[in-house]
Design a protein around this ligand. Structure first.
Ligand code: ATP
Ligand code: MG
Length: 449
């Protein structure tokens, strides 16, 4: 027996029932991003491995443990499946001079990311992020807008109970001063550090504040706070951000221990968290990364952005009960049943003819009796069936049988098909605006006969 193959662990198939929900979600997300002036960008899924070392940082979970990095067997180049989108987006912007040629950019992307993590609810090895990156914006205004726009999306999806945590990481110098104080504090408490913290004490002490180890909570709670090391400019940025959020009616909590797992952030960082998703509660995370463009070899410029986890958002959307209202299961307008070769030829023409004017049409394929074809037509959810047998084909006519409501079956000349179907489906009313196209005369059916 031939053994069946399975998808890679932690990488999920998204089957049609589910994929339809995704497409709906993506439509909402795209409209929302457009309404804030964000434009799409699409980067490769594979990037040179060094990009992520430089952008994300060597001493990070992603680079140390989670990255799918490999050697291109054909030329020995070190490559990686992208674990996130910011690095690639910034690389692309630099490579194509986006900002120099066109000024500040609001960009977004949506697509699969890859991290070798332990798969569990809300944590996968292939997952999807929606990311927004605002390049060459320096002020707290764009930080506030990035946060405010998230709140609008939660509203549009009908999500409640999503809370916002924010923090300021200050500037590199302020972080260095804080870091020195933090290392001194941690060194004087070395006996209380777990293995991870021991290892990070000198390489990435800020990350220790982010520990999930309950035994270390008291220790990190009492650690020196970065907020106490902010200079005038950072403080002003931080305060304006808070004022803008308050003005917009956005509730937030300042979390001094929010440092984010990626090295490239400065000043504003934020996370949107839900309590309904268990341990994987962060649905969106972002902040300012003013050093990244320079770090990747571009002309230095300020920037800020966020990434949200699509799987977690969709789980929350489903949980909210809003999905059923938002997602329509698509059914065809018309199902075409037919028998015999001449009827089949007419059926193809009829189906194309109706698609020309904008109907969704399922043409029965695979033969079978009229009875079994009619059962399929019923099950398809179509509003009406076209019935074409030998008689109809010989007379160049088409039978129209309403499948919903109490309309009468009729038979019309082929030429009158589109207008009759419009009448049967919409009655005396004209079709909703934009629902149907004007008959173009350019379609396959018309062109082909
Ligand atoms: P976590 O602390 O949950 O590991 P992270 O800090 O590593 O998250 P980011 O790199 O900030 O996550 O990615 C932004 C968002 O992408 C997260 O808030 C989350 O919603 C989503 N995300 C990250 N990793 C995964 C994953 N392995 N599976 C599903 N979603 C993920
Ligand atoms: Mg992670």
């Amino acid at each position: 027996m031939i053994q069946t193959l399975q998808a890679v662990r932690g990488m999920n198939d998204i089957l049609p029932d589910e994929a339809e929900i995704w497409e709906n979600f993506e439509d909402i997300v795209r409209d929302w991003l457009k309404s804030y002036g964000y434009r799409p960008i699409r980067m490769p899924v594979v990037e040179p491995e060094p990009l992520f070392h430089r952008a994300i940082g060597e001493v990070t979970d992603i680079v140390e443990k989670e990255m799918y990095a490999f050697e291109d067997a054909l030329n020995g180049e070190r490559l990686a499946l992208r674990p996130e989108g910011t690095a690639g987006c910034v690389r692309a912007a630099i490579q194509h001079n986006l900002v120099a040629s066109n000024g500040p950019q609001r960009l977004y992307y949506h697509g699969p990311m890859f991290r070798h993590e332990r798969p569990q609810k809300g944590r996968y090895r292939q997952f999807h992020q929606i990311g927004a990156e605002a390049l060459s914006f320096a002020g707290p205004d764009i930080d506030a807008e990035l946060i405010i726009m998230c709140a609008r999306l939660w509203g549009q999806l009908g999500l409640t109970d999503v809370r916002l945590e924010i923090n300021s990481l200050g500037s590199a110098e302020e972080r260095a001063a804080h870091r020195a104080a933090l290392v001194a504090y941690l060194e004087s408490n070395q006996d209380k550090l777990d293995e991870d913290a021991q290892r990070r004490l000198h390489s990435n002490p800020l990350r220790i504040l982010d520990t999930k180890n309950p035994a270390m909570q008291a220790l990190v709670e009492a650690a020196p706070k970065l907020a106490d090391y902010l200079g005038e400019a950072s403080k002003a940025h931080w305060e304006t951000l808070q004022a803008l959020l308050t003005e917009a009616g956005i509730d937030f909590k300042i979390n001094h221990r929010l440092v984010r797992g990626l090295d490239y952030y400065n000043l504003t960082v934020f996370e949107w968290v839900s309590d309904k998703l268990g341990a994987q509660g962060t649905i969106c995370a972002g902040g300012r990364y003013d050093a990244l463009v320079g770090q990747l070899g571009g002309k230095p410029m300020p920037a800020a952005g966020f990434a949200m986890g699509a799987e977690r958002l969709l789980a929350l959307w489903r949980e909210s009960g809003e999905v059923e209202y938002a997602v329509e299961r698509p059914a065809p307008d018309v199902y075409v049943v037919h028998q015999g070769d001449p009827a089949q030829r007419l059926a193809f023409r009829a189906a194309e003819n109706l698609r020309d004017v904008g109907f969704d049409v399922l043409l029965h394929c695979g033969g079978g009796s009229f009875k079994s074809q009619m059962r399929k037509a019923d099950a398809s959810g179509a509003l009406l069936a076209l019935v074409i047998g030998e008689d109809e084909a010989a007379a160049e006519e088409v039978g129209i049988k309403p499948l919903r409501g109490d309309g009468e079956q009729c038979r019309v000349p082929f030429q009158e098909l589109p207008e009759t179907v419009v009448n049967v489906i919409y009655g005396a009313e004209s079709p909703p605006d934009g629902e149907l196209r004007e008959e173009s005369g350019q379609g396959v059916a018309n062109g082909g006969v």
